[in-house]
Design a protein. Structure first.
Length: 242
């Protein structure tokens, strides 16, 4: 691959991911809007609608970062429900805590946790989401099993993640964008080219639609369906704990 990240041993990947999110935390939200031209809001809206969270449900937002998804779910579950925001990175959770407080969201517990080893009792949640997070996880199969375990039987997992563009033309444009424009924007706006190179590279290495679907099925999910957004630049996978 372009930058040789594939050679990075497991422990180093974990450190690199930590370094990336420590360094981008304070600029994270602005960069999201900038890099996706605001479209990440529509992708998240799609996941929120597909999740169909109802009053009284228990929802876990894994790798939730600054809490975009959690904030919406907290409106939907109402006073008898529960939303937990979790992430491995303290700096991202710090931003999340500040932003949720700014928006007047209270009663939303925040838990620092690795998606591979979620510290929740089995069968705790009706719905789990992981938005642009699975890509960063070292052992994705382990994380999928860990999320499956924390779901009640019949509960649903929604994975929102970059995926593989379905057309060749789009794929070419997207390559130009992510390997040229993205690092440049990272340098100019966040003074951090390396983190945005990591972003582009991690997207390329992430399993495509079909592979991720098989991984979910192997981890204990059924009726798994894939929804391509923006021509497959992003995909949502929804599966139910069997
Ligand atoms: N879900 C948020 C959103 O969509 O705006 C944040 C996404 S951000 C691109 C990815 C997040 O994954 C970061 O906050 C990072 O700390 C977190 N992350 C990386 N590895 C993780 C792991 N093993 N377990 C839990 N979270 C992890």
């Amino acid at each position: 691959t372009h930058f040789g990240f594939q050679q990075v041993p497991v422990g180093e990947k974990r450190q690199r991911v930590a370094g990336v999110f420590d360094s981008v935390a304070s600029k994270y939200d602005v960069m999201n809007d900038l890099m996706s031209f605001g479209v990440h809001r529509l992708w998240k809206r799609f996941v929120i609608d597909l999740a169909g969270v109802r009053a009284g449900e228990k929802v876990l937002d894994v790798a939730g970062g600054t809490g975009d998804l959690s904030r919406e779910f907290s409106k939907q579950v109402g006073p008898r429900g529960l939303v937990v925001l979790s992430d491995i990175n303290a700096a991202m959770l710090g931003e999340g805590r500040r932003r949720l407080a700014d928006k007047g969201v209270v009663n939303l517990p925040i838990v620092q946790a690795n998606a591979e080893m979620l510290p929740f009792a089995e069968e705790s949640f009706d719905c789990i989401t992981i938005g642009f997070g699975l890509r960063n996880v070292t052992d994705k199969d382990k994380a999928l099993r860990s999320m499956c375990r924390a779901l009640k039987p019949g509960g649903r997992l929604l994975v929102l993640e970059f995926s593989k563009p379905t057309s060749q033309t789009l794929s070419k444009i997207y390559d130009q964008y992510s390997f040229k424009l993205l690092p440049l924007m990272g340098r100019l706006v966040a003074n951090d080219e390396a983190s945005y190179r990591y972003l582009a590279e991690s997207i390329r290495m992430h399993p495509d639609q079909q592979t991720l679907k098989s991984m979910m099925d192997a981890a204990g999910f059924g009726r798994t369906q894939v929804y391509n957004l923006t021509g497959g630049v992003v995909a949502v996978h929804r599966g139910f704990r069997i």
